[in-house]
Design a protein around this ligand. Structure first.
Ligand code: ADP
Ligand code: MG
Length: 341
């Protein structure tokens, strides 16, 4: 089966005055159609940069220097376009994908909503532009979308400006806009971090129910493992610009393999019972991405580190057809790695 999204060996860098920041360093991930997957990792691990690389939305100083990004079977990585000096063609393709196939929801709705335009204008504009709906059709679809995301009295509320809505309601509007063109993938980058805990839970419940109803794939980026336990079927753990472990939520929560994952799990009491608990940082600090370590990115904080972890990147081992981790602890001379580092 073709995966909906497959990222292979992605490398993304930023040029800064201090040097080159190697934000994403050979990352692999995939999402199947209709899946709800979580990406977890502490701040600075490269979660947002990975998704911005997929969307073609990196800051000006950022470049995808290598890697394939297969979406619906087509390579949408900027790398071959840059090689052919066809960046205009790339931009056009990405504009189409962003308007119809992949939507992104960010942490702060106000960076995305236009404060001087009424909500109906913002919702119907996309519908008219991308789906070619008439004013009347766009308006009735906008009402339908507002109902779908749980905004009461949609006819009246559509006439209001973003500032007239609460934080949670604004995030619902963003979700309505994200859904407006029936995308096959929604990337939600810490969509609830700025909200109160109860509102966070409501927004996550909304995403879970919409995902089931519409069968849209969702990638949920979060630093909250409890959220993943309650909503995602699969989870990917990132550290230092790499994917260190991925598997079904059950596999990762009950049979964690990577010491970083174990550390994350130890830092919350019981993910199944206490969904609101946040991660407590593991002692030590993440690697300096201006001078990334030669071996495993987690080596300096890992209690089980071997000598080889410092010098050589760990190979990838699989523990089931869906469960993988990059870690030297599982190396045995007779065992072949799924991916040599
Ligand atoms: P996360 O979303 O996991 O918290 P990010 O993907 O935002 O982390 O960032 C990964 C790394 O890339 C960080 O070290 C961050 O400082 C760096 N980074 C992100 N954007 C830029 C930029 N425009 N210029 C330089 N460094 C950046
Ligand atoms: Mg981020």
């Amino acid at each position: 089966m073709t995966k909906l999204l497959e990222v292979k060996n992605l490398q993304t860098q930023f040029n800064t005055q201090a040097g080159t920041v190697q934000a994403v360093r050979g990352l692999d991930l995939y999402v199947d159609a209709g899946e709800f997957v979580g990406i977890v990792g502490e701040s600075g691990s490269g979660k947002s940069v990975t998704m911005l690389s997929v969307m073609g939305l990196l800051a000006e100083n950022g470049t995808v220097s290598s890697g394939e990004i297969l979406f619906e079977g087509k390579d949408i990585s900027p790398v071959p376009y840059a090689r052919r000096k066809a960046l205009k063609e790339y931009e056009e393709m990405m504009r189409h994908i962003r308007s119809k196939r992949i939507s992104m929801i960010f942490q702060d709705p106000m960076t995305y909503l236009n404060p001087v335009l009424r909500v109906d204008t913002q919702l119907t504009e996309a519908l008219k532009l991308h789906l070619g709906l008439t004013n009347k059709q766009a308006r009735s679809r906008a009402i339908e979308l507002m109902q779908m995301v749980g905004i009461p009295s949609p006819e009246e509320r559509l006439r209001q400006y973003p500032f007239e809505f609460s934080g949670g309601m604004r995030q619902r509007i963003i979700i309505a806009i994200a859904l407006s063109c029936n995308p096959s993938l929604i990337i939600a980058d810490e969509p609830t971090t700025a909200l109160d805990l109860t509102i966070q839970a409501q927004i996550l419940d909304l995403l879970v129910s919409l995902q089931k109803k519409l069968e849209t794939s969702i990638i949920l980026i979060t630093h909250d493992l409890g959220v993943v336990a309650s909503s995602c079927s699969r989870v990917m753990i990132m550290y230092g610009g790499k994917m260190v472990e991925h598997g079904t939520t059950y596999e990762v929560f009950h049979h964690a393999k990577h010491p970083y994952t174990t550390g994350l799990l130890n830092s919350i009491n019981n993910p199944d019972e206490d969904e609101a608990k946040k991660l407590v940082p593991i002692p030590g600090s993440p690697p300096d991405l201006l001078k990334p370590p030669a071996g495993c990115p987690f080596v300096d904080r890992c209690k089980k580190a071997l000598r080889i972890c410092k010098t050589t990147p760990p190979p990838r081992f699989n523990f089931s057809p869906s469960h993988f981790a990059d870690c030297w602890l599982y190396y045995q001379p007779e065992q072949t790695a799924v991916k040599e580092a």
